[in-house]
Ligand binder design. Structure first.
Ligand code: NAD
Length: 426
C-alpha cells in the first residue's frame, strides 16, 4: 500500500503564505504590518541527547517556531512525527496565529515538535525524549510566554511530563505557579474536563453550523474520516450522536470502507488492541489508499496530516463539504478546484479551533485555581464556535470571497489592529 506523505508538491509554509497573501491583498492589509506577519518572530532548533533503553545515546532534533505574539503569549501544539521540520513548524505556527485570533483568544501562534517516529521508542524512552526536549527549550516556553499543547502523536501523559519538567526547574516557591506552561494535561494533573474531545467536538459543531446554513442536517449524511486519532475519533463519536454515518476511515496503516456504516466505538476498541492501527478491521473492506478520497460520501473530515487533498486526488472527490479537522489538509490548488465546483470547505483555522479554545479554558482554570465541569466546557466551546462561524459568513459576504479567505481576513484584521494601535517599538 502506498503511504501518503505530509508534503507533496507544495510545502506547507508555501501553502499558508498563499492563503495569507490572498487575504492580505483583498483586505488591503497595512504594508508594514504585512511585512511583520509574513515571517515568524522566532525560530528555535535544538539538538539534544537522550539515553536509550539499550544504553546507547541518540541525538534528537526539536523545533519551536513562534510566529506572532501581538495578541498574547504564543500558543500551539508539539508534534512527534518524521515530517516535523522547520517548514512544517513555521507553517503550523503561522496557522496558530490566525486560529487564535479568529477565535478571539488572547494568544499568538507557535508550534513545534521532534522529528521522530514515536512508535519506534519505548514509553520510558519517550518520557526521556519529552523531558530532555522540554529542558532544551528552557525558558523559550513559559506559562505567560509560550504554551505548548498536544498535536499529532503527543498525548496528555507527555503534557504532564512537560509540566513536571518545566516546574522542576523553578524554585520550590514558584513551582506550582507554572502548571499552565502547557495545556492538554490529564485531568488529574491540572487538565480540563473535556479537553480530550474538544477538537473533535468543535469539528462537529462547525459541521452543524454548516448544515444549518445550508438548510440541511447531519442526520443520515455519510462521511469519511482521514485520521482516527484524537481529533478523528472524537469527531466520529459526536457525528454518530448527530445521526451521521461513518463509511470510510484511513490512518497511517491503510484505508477501510463499509457503505453500511462503521461503528466508531467498535473500531476504536479494535484499534486500541491493534497497536493504534485500523488495518485488518474485520467489519469493513480494505481499500487502496489512493482511492480513499474518491469514496461515495456527503462529507469528508481530514483529521491527519497536511497537504492530503491535492491536484493528485481532488478530481475524484464526490463529497459536497470538507470539514478540515487537520491543519492544512487541502493545498491551495486543490482548494481552488473544489471551490470552482461549489464544494464547501470549512477552513482549518476555524474548524479545528475547538482544541485551542479548550486549551485557553484549561489555562484560565490553572491560572485562577478553578475547576470547570465538562458541561460548562462544552457549552462555552459551542458558543465560541458559533460566534466564529457567523463572523466568517459576514466577512465572506462583505468581501465576496470564500470561507477560508474570509476567516483569514477576520483573523489578520485583529492582529493588524493591535499593531496599528500600539505602533512599532522603539
Ligand atoms: P493523533 O496523533 O491523535 O492522530 C493522528 C492520526 O492520523 C492517526 O490515526 C494516524 O494513524 C493518522 N495518520 C498519520 N499519518 C497518516 C497518513 N500518512 N495517512 C493517513 N493517516 C495518517 O493526532 P491528532 O491530535 O488527532 O491530530 C490530527 C490533526 O489535527 C493534525 O493535523 C493536528 O495538527 C490537527 N489538530 C489537532 C488538535 C488536537 O487538539 N489534538 C487541535 C487542532 C488541530
Amino acid at each position: 500500500m502506498k503511504p501518503l506523505k505530509e508534503v507533496k508538491k507544495m510545502g506547507m509554509y508555501e501553502n499558508v503564505m498563499l492563503q495569507f497573501n490572498r487575504a492580505a491583498d483583498l483586505m488591503n492589509l497595512n504594508p508594514s504590518v504585512r511585512k511583520i506577519l509574513a515571517i515568524p518572530n522566532t525560530e528555535i532548533v535544538v539538538n539534544f541527547p537522550v539515553k536509550l533503553d539499550n544504553g546507547s545515546v541518540e541525538v534528537f532534533k526539536g523545533y519551536r517556531v513562534q510566529h506572532n505574539n501581538a495578541l498574547g503569549p504564543y500558543k500551539g501544539g508539539l508534534r512527534y512525527h518524521e515530517t516535523v521540520d522547520i517548514d512544517a513548524a513555521r507553517a503550523l505556527a503561522t496557522w496558530m496565529t490566525w486560529k487564535t485570533s479568529l477565535a478571539g483568544l488572547p494568544y499568538g501562534g507557535g508550534k513545534g515538535g521532534v522529528q521522530i517516529n514515536p512508535k519506534l521508542f519505548s514509553n520510558s524512552e519517550l518520557e526521556r525524549i519529552t523531558r530532555r526536549f522540554t529542558y532544551a527549550l528552557g525558558d523559550n516556553i513559559g506559562p505567560e510566554h509560550d504554551i505548548p499543547a498536544p498535536d499529532v502523536n503527543t498525548t496528555p501523559q507527555m503534557m504532564a511530563w512537560i509540566a513536571d519538567t518545566y516546574m522542576s526547574t523553578k524554585s520550590t516557591n514558584e513551582r506550582t505557579k507554572h502548571a499552565h506552561v502547557v495545556t492538554g494535561k490529564p485531568v488529574s494533573a491540572g487538565g480540563l474536563e473535556g479537553r480530550d474531545r474538544a477538537t473533535g467536538f468543535g469539528v462537529v459543531i462547525a459541521l452543524k453550523e454548516w448544515a444549518k446554513h445550508r438548510n440541511t442536517s447531519l442526520r443520515g449524511k455519510s462521511y469519511i474520516l482521514q485520521g482516527f486519532g484524537n481529533v478523528g475519533y472524537w469527531a466520529s463519536v459526536f457525528m454518530q450522536k448527530n445521526g451521521a454515518i461513518l463509511v470510510g476511515v484511513q490512518d497511517a496503516s491503510g484505508s477501510i470502507y463499509n457503505e453500511q456504516g462503521i461503528d466508531p466505538e467498535n473500531l476504536h476498541q479494535y484499534m486500541s488492541e491493534n497497536r493504534g492501527f485500523i488495518k485488518d478491521y474485520a467489519l469493513a473492506n480494505a481499500l487502496p489508499n489512493e482511492m480513499f478520497f474518491g469514496l461515495n460520501c456527503d462529507i469528508i473530515i481530514p483529521a491527519a496530516l497536511g497537504n492530503q487533498i491535492t491536484e493528485d486526488n481532488v478530481d475524484t472527490i464526490k463529497a459536497s463539504v470538507i470539514a478540515e479537522g487537520a491543519n492544512g489538509p487541502t493545498d491551495t490548488s486543490a482548494n481552488d478546484i473544489l471551490i470552482s465546483k461549489n464544494v464547501d470547505i470549512i477552513p482549518d483555522i476555524y474548524c479545528n479551533s475547538g482544541g485551542v479554545i479548550a486549551s485557553y479554558f484549561e489555562w484560565l482554570q490553572n491560572r485562577n485555581g478553578e475547576m470547570w465541569t465538562m458541561e460548562e466546557v462544552l457549552e462555552k466551546l459551542e458558543t465560541k464556535m458559533k460566534v466564529s462561524f457567523k463572523k466568517i459568513l459576514e466577512s465572506a459576504s462583505k468581501y465576496n470571497t470564500d470561507w477560508r479567505t474570509a476567516a483569514f481576513i477576520e483573523a489578520i484584521a485583529r492582529v493588524e489592529q493591535a499593531y496599528l494601535q500600539r505602533g512599532i517599538f522603539p
